[in-house]
Ligand binder design. Structure first.
Ligand SMILES: Nc1nc2c(c(=O)[nH]1)N[C@H]1C(S)=C(S)[C@@H](COP(=O)(O)O)O[C@H]1N2
Ligand SMILES: [Mo]
Length: 251
């Protein structure tokens, strides 16, 4: 049975006159009409959701960059571990990629900067009411996930950071759709210079379709997991835990 809009309309119109048979009778039923309307609505919502998630964030021209890319949240992690890594020029820093992966990785800054890179000039939007446009250079996360052999059971990536708020480490998480988005990179440079400490040195996440607080700075570890339970208070991020921010902060 092929349903066209015309058939539905005709069915509905004829329904009043009682001249119905077969499919037309079905088309005329109010319950059936409602069902079709609901299904169309659901399809549209799913369609929009799928296409929207994969769409690229706008990229800007070099001259559109903000004169200063301000810092927010932690500007200088105070832990002895981070201070030691910073004092050594991050020569001893490693990024761990582990959890639900076939091949856990431990990558130095030199190894990361030698990998194929992506550059993008994007706008960062913070919920606190400011935006800034900057040029980021970093390693596409999708390639790193393939190198680590992320398991099909992994549903989330959790980003563990070096800075603490009191005794709570900053952390964030994203799903695999955002993890494999072409503009999702682990960035080590801002505006053609190595990342300043205030902006997350030596490595920070750029997840361009989401708000600022999702872009975890001071990365130490990327953990592939099947649940967000058991980390922090279980809401998937520091601000989600302490202030009820949305876990999916799509823009
Ligand atoms: N580790 C860590 N990551 C973080 C934060 C933080 O305090 N610590 N602040 C978040 C917020 S709210 C924003 S808006 C951006 C700010 O990035 P910027 O300092 O480069 O401007 O980093 C996000 N990532
Ligand atoms: Mo923010």
């Amino acid at each position: 049975m092929i349903l066209t809009r015309r058939a539905l309309v005709t069915g509905a119109a004829l329904g009043a006159g009682g001249l119905l048979s077969g499919c037309d009778a079905l088309n005329g039923s109010e319950r059936f009409q409602r069902m079709i309307a609901l299904a169309e609505g659901a399809n549209l919502r799913i369609q929009r959701a799928v296409t929207a998630r994969g769409a690229l964030a706008r990229e800007y021209r070099p001259e559109e960059r903000s004169p200063v890319f301000r810092s927010n949240g932690t500007a200088m992690p105070s832990t002895p571990l981070y201070q030691n890594l910073l004092a050594g020029g991050f020569a001893d820093w490693r990024l761990a990629i582990d959890g639900l992966v076939a091949r856990p990785l431990s990558l130095s800054l030199g190894e990361l900067t030698a990998m194929p890179a992506r550059e993008q000039i994007t706008r960062h939007d913070c919920v606190e009411g400011w935006s800034a446009i900057g040029k980021w250079r970093g390693v596409p996360l999708a390639g790193l996930l393939d190198a680590a052999g992320v398991r099909p059971s992994a549903r989330y990536l959790v980003f563990h950071c070096a800075d603490l708020f009191g005794s709570a480490p900053y952390y964030e998480s994203i799903d695999m759709v955002d993890a494999r988005h072409p503009q999702t990179i682990l960035a080590y440079a801002l505006n053609d210079r190595m990342l300043p400490v205030a902006n997350g040195a030596p490595l920070r996440l750029r997840v361009e379709r989401q708000l600022g607080y999702k872009h975890a700075k001071y990365l130490m570890r990327v953990e592939a997991r099947d649940t967000l339970a058991g980390i922090g208070q279980g809401k998937g991020g520091f601000w989600e835990d302490v202030a009820g921010y949305e876990w999916y902060a799509g823009i």
